[in-house]
Every structure is written in C-alpha cells, then in structure tokens.
Ligand binder design. Sequence first.
Ligand code: MG
Length: 203
Amino acid sequence: MKIICIGRNYADHAKELKNDLPTEPVIFMKPKSAMLLPEKPLYYPEFTKDLHFECEVVVKIEKNGKYVQQKFANKYYSEITLGIDFTARDLQREQQKKGLPWEVAKAFDGSAAVGTFVKLGEGLDVNNLDFQLKLNGETVQDGHTRDMIFKIDNIIEYASKFFTLNIGDLIFTGTPAGVGPVKIDDTLEGYLQGNKVLDVSIK
Ligand code: MG
C-alpha cells in the first residue's frame, strides 16, 4: 500500500506557512513504513527539533483504479478517518530552501498516524464534515471539509492519472490552519463530527 498526501489544500493553512495557493493539487507520498497504527505512540525522532502535527481527513481506497473520473471517484471509498501528517518542520524548511524533496521531513517512520475508520453515509457526507484536533485537551485545529481547495473526488481523479490506486491505499487530504509543534508527553486527539477517532501520544 502507499500513502498519497495532499499539501496546501486549505487556504488558511497555506497562508499560515506563507505558501501561494496551488492551482493543481500538491502531491507527495509516504511509504507503508510511515504508518503509525491506532493507539501506538510516536517516539520523538532524534533528527528534528521541531516536530509538527497536521491533522487531516484520511480516505481509504477500496477499489483498484487508474484514470478515475471525478464523477465515479466516490465508488472508490466508503470509509474515512482522521490522521496526522507529522512533519519535521525544521528539515522541511531546509529542504524547501534548497529546492530538494521533502521525504526526510514528512515520510519517516511513524509520520502517518491513522485513526479508526468510520463508514460514510447516514449523515456522514464527505464534503460536509467538521473535525478538530485537541492537543492536551485544548482545541488547536478546527477544520471543515467544505474548505478544501481540491475536494476528495477531484484529488482521486488527479492522483490516479499518475499513480494506480490500489485497495488499501490511503489519501491524506491536507490540513487546515493551526498546525504547531509537539513535545514528549503530549497527547493528540482527533474528533470527526464530534466523535473521537484518533488518539496519539508522543513519547
Ligand atoms: Mg499535511
């Protein structure tokens, strides 16, 4: 499986990192080894001094596909959750300054925390979901999927031009404003429509 991630998909977050708004989805990938399973802690990596959380809606692909048209994209998923795109912001800044790829800053082991998946439908409309991240009990990110610059079906169409989608692949759909650093002993909890689906502690 692979993890496809979208960057700068919320205008308020692009602004907080002083990035221009994209005209096409910004895509990067994380390998399978980046996955941090539900309830597992993340050990603060030794190579960064500025580990950031980015809470994102995560879509699980359940059908293989290539060149998926936007109008059929909703047939490729039925479950979502929240995840954290952990980012070594100091390394990312350095890489960006040099015009180099981001992988060391974003695709390291444990950098893709994934919550418990919930079924869409019955009141869960993928384009009308609110979600929050709490850091040590305090809300630090408060997002809504209607604010995505590129909607999930649009992302699937775009990404599947380049990468065959396979059953079990995950798509991290970008983070709203409010990203920030974590430290050892912090706890992060993600709420989707008010229900807790994600719980990560930093060790
Ligand atoms: Mg992100």
